[in-house]
Design a binder for this molecule. Structure first.
Ligand SMILES: Nc1nc2c(ncn2[C@@H]2O[C@H](COP(=O)(O)OP(=O)(O)OP(=O)(O)O)[C@@H](O)[C@H]2O)c(=O)[nH]1
Ligand SMILES: [Mg+2]
Length: 443
């Protein structure tokens, strides 16, 4: 339920208690108009239910208005969390004390701003039944203009003309209803805004949580594989250690363990890189890609010296600038290692082609990696990059590596897909195609 807090302020005897009694407590206006009401001596609170909202009315005593305008503690009690401050003045006092009234309003306006109460400040000129009815509209309009002119504030304040006189009783309801509508609309807008903000941040957290879980799953899966391989290798070593003649087998198994340890290290690096991407810590600038690709190819050859690898870079230009960062080398390495790891040929062939491509008005640099590996079946082509593949479907080794590639390409606002090198026959090898936006302002 929406709660609206209204603070009633004004000089003594202007009609604050009377208005509250009639509007919120159902008192008879005829009686109120004729009776002498005791002056309010201390701050009073009351809560009322109007339709779907709770209205808290805070009535301040007129006789301590001057203290209120000076005393911080009283201001906290009287205005804090107020949604509306209604300053009430009546027609007789306006005639006599207009300067004084203007001064009060200016002070309240200032308190509202400096204390960041952010309430709506509204003026009620009360007891209009005391104005001669001849030309009353003209007179009221004149007062309205004069008040705002004398106030000279950065914004114009709303003024309502009110009375409890039975013939004019609608004026007070009209004034309060308009005031409440203004405030409740503001409330609803704020509520809507907060709801939207909450939704966005909730989605962000949910996504982050899902991603973390996905990495955790893949990480657990891959590390278990690695540990399992190491464990079986260690068992083999134990067997061989009783058979001194099996020296060659012994070495092979030792190599296998080393390989697994390297895989484990890569896995950890992948996780680190992924969290770097998620944190958005990596700045994206312009970077020259041919050189990065060459470095990645060198790294591949260096770490897999026991394999015969032919890599050719086919590029029309010596330099291509793309919108990326240092992690681009990582991206290329993942693709290249992937081509080697899923390849059973004695000689591993990788052809990389760099060209330009315009897609939907955006200039991309297109990197193609054609290999002679075991290829990827059509049913797996989309899934290898998606986050949804199930553990048992994932070909061994395709885990965080390709996910990292995908996330990086997304960060660079590029695109990635895999096709058959020879269309329709995936067994001939794959063609990984990556598009990364081109950069022209080379520094
Ligand atoms: N003519 C006229 N008199 C009114 C009207 N509303 C209230 N009064 C009279 O104004 C007088 C003062 O009203 P209160 O409601 O006590 O004033 P207050 O602002 O609460 O004063 P403090 O409690 O001293 O701050 C009472 O005698 C009411 O009868 C109105 O619309 N017209
Ligand atoms: Mg009172």
């Amino acid at each position: 339920m929406i709660t609206t807090k209204i603070s009633l302020v004004g000089k003594p005897e202007v009609g604050k208690t009377s208005i509250k009694k009639v509007v919120f407590e159902g008192a008879d206006p005829n009686e109120i108009m004729l009776s002498l009401i005791e002056p309010t001596i201390s701050l009073t609170f009351s809560t009322h239910k109007i339709m779907a909202s709770n209205i808290v009315v805070l009535e301040t005593p007129g006789q301590s208005l001057s203290v209120l305008l000076k005393d911080e503690e009283r201001q906290i009690k009287s205005f804090d969390n107020a949604n509306v401050i209604i300053y009430i003045f009546d027609y007789p006092s306006w005639i006599e004390l207009s300067e004084d009234i203007i001064e009060d309003v200016r002070k309240i306006y200032k308190i509202n701003k400096t204390r960041e109460i952010n309430a709506k400040l509204i003026l009620f000129l009360h007891k209009i039944d005391l104005i001669e009815t001849k030309d009353i509209d003209f007179k009221l309009d004149k007062i309205k203009k004069k008040v705002n002119k004398l106030l000279n504030l950065p914004e114009e304040l709303s003024i309502y003309f009110t009375s409890l006189h039975p013939n004019l009783i609608y004026t007070i309801y009209n004034a309060l209803a308009s005031t409440l509508i203004q405030v409740i609309t503001q409330h609803i807008n704020i509520l809507e805004l907060t709801k939207q903000k909450l939704k966005v941040s909730e989605e962000k957290y949910r996504n982050a949580y899902n991603r973390t879980n996905l990495y955790k799953d893949i990480f657990t899966h891959d590390i278990n594989n690695i540990l399992q391989n190491i464990l079986s290798s260690v068992e083999l070593i134990e067997i061989f250690s009783y058979k001194p003649k099996k020296k060659q087998e012994f070495e092979e198994v030792t190599n296998l363990i080393i390989q697994q340890i390297v895989s484990g290290e890569n896995l950890v690096k992948n996780v680190q890189n992924l969290s770097q991407i998620e944190d958005n810590k990596e700045v994206i600038t312009s970077i020259e890609a041919v050189n990065i690709l060459k470095q990645a190819c060198e790294a591949l050859k260096r770490s897999l010296q026991n394999k015969t690898i032919n890599i050719e870079i086919n590029s029309l230009q010596n330099e291509y600038y793309v919108r990326a960062n240092e992690l681009l080398r990582n991206l290329f390495e993942k693709i290249l290692f992937n081509a080697v790891n899923h390849n059973q040929n004695p000689t591993i062939e990788i052809l990389t082609k760099i060209t330009k491509e315009n897609k939907n008005g955006i200039n991309f640099i297109k990197f193609q990696f054609l290999d002679n590996g075991i290829g990827i079946h059509d049913s797996m082509k989309d899934k290898i990059f998606s986050r949804e593949f199930k553990e048992e479907e994932a070909p061994s080794g395709i885990g965080l590596g390709l996910l990292l590639v995908k996330r990086l390409v997304e960060r660079y606002e590029g695109q990635i897909k895999v096709e058959d090198k020879i269309k329709g026959d995936h067994t001939q090898g794959s063609n990984f195609i990556i598009l990364i936006p081109e950069v022209f302002d080379i520094h």
